[in-house]
Design a protein around this ligand. Sequence first.
Ligand SMILES: Cc1cc2nc3c(=O)[nH]c(=O)nc-3n(C[C@H](O)[C@H](O)[C@H](O)COP(=O)(O)OP(=O)(O)OC[C@H]3O[C@@H](n4cnc5c(N)ncnc54)[C@H](O)[C@@H]3O)c2cc1C
Length: 379
Amino acid sequence: MYDFAIIGLGAAGAQLALAMCEDPYFNNKQILILEKEETVTNDKRWSYWQKGDSKFDPLVTQQWHQGAFIGPTGSHQELKLAPYSYKSINSKDFFEYAYEKLNKQPSVTIIYDSVEQVIKDTHTHLLKGIHNEYKSRVCFDSRIDNPIPTQMEKSVMLWQHFKGWHIKCTKEVFHPDRFIMMDFSYRHTDTSFIYVLPYSKNEALIECTAFTSEVYKDDKQYESLIKKYLADLAVSDYEIVAVEKGKIPMSDYPFHKHTAGNYVKIGTAGSWVRPSTGYSFYYISKYVHRLIEAIKTDSLSQLHLLSKKTRWLDSIFLEVLDKENAKGPLIFEDMYTKNAIQQIFAFLDGETSIWEDMNIIMSFKKMPFLKGLMRYVLR
Ligand SMILES: Cc1cc2nc3c(=O)[nH]c(=O)nc-3n(C[C@H](O)[C@H](O)[C@H](O)COP(=O)(O)OP(=O)(O)OC[C@H]3O[C@@H](n4cnc5c(N)ncnc54)[C@H](O)[C@@H]3O)c2cc1C
């Protein structure tokens, strides 16, 4: 019998396990980690904004203090981020670091098994894996319903989907000190844009991203915008050194609804991914901290990680993007050109007061949001 089981050693499971190992409270507790994949194949870059320092800073490969937003009408906003900065971590570095630390902990057992079912009893959880069965007092589970039954909950289901090329070119065309958050001068007729992480003057990740209900069926839809971006920089001689492709749910589906008492859904499965942005890495560290405190005070069952206000604002925003997707670029333009970037980050992090929220909301055109609110109320 284990004290704690973590299903899934992904971004959330690994951050939770690391935080447990760093806290003396867990020294004499037995922690089981069940992960279905023996090797980390999905190498991606996790980027996030953050104020000040964090314990993962030694893993940060790149950090920017400036950014830029380019709107669909040609508006250009320079973003001076202080006291925030935008940081990037390679998931492979993160997992190597996590595995090294966790493997050294006598209290941690990592087993490669795919958990098919969790049966809850009053005080224990029986975890049925393909190879074996396990028992644990507390269970943290990062599995998501597959497929996601959004219809049942009348939720909006969009995807943040993207394909990026990490390129090296001979010409020096990038500004290594400044990343591009969104460039809407490159878009299709939906909410799509170009995102650029420059690593040096002649090396960058150029990603075509879209927030839509369906992912693009043809990779050419991503690649055509990337190629146009490069052509406008007059870059023809380049090498693609890596490709990043993925999709992240942007949904107000209550993934966390199965959380109960000592059974806690974490990561995407716990609704820890901010639906309006698709970002999660920074939120995971926040939620993990609160989870640890709740374990230590034996108050897991009273823990409410998600703010109702933030979820409500996200739902209305998703309603707008879902039904009036072509208006997305103008909405982002209003947000980035009429508000300070520090306010935007705090708003997206759910760290603003209701008055600060109102200031941001007032900067949007009212009609799409009023219609979105109506649809949300009538769901
Ligand atoms: C290409 C790409 C780029 C991204 N970039 C960013 C970014 O820049 N910034 C950001 O904040 N977010 C980014 N994300 C999103 C981020 O990776 C996710 O939000 C985050 O990984 C969610 O964490 P998680 O632990 O819930 O899921 P995951 O990290 O996917 O981990 C889930 C784990 O559970 C395991 N598992 C699943 N089922 C079982 C089972 N039955 N039994 C045992 N184990 C199981 C999986 O193998 C996996 O290891 C990106 C995503 C992708 C795909």
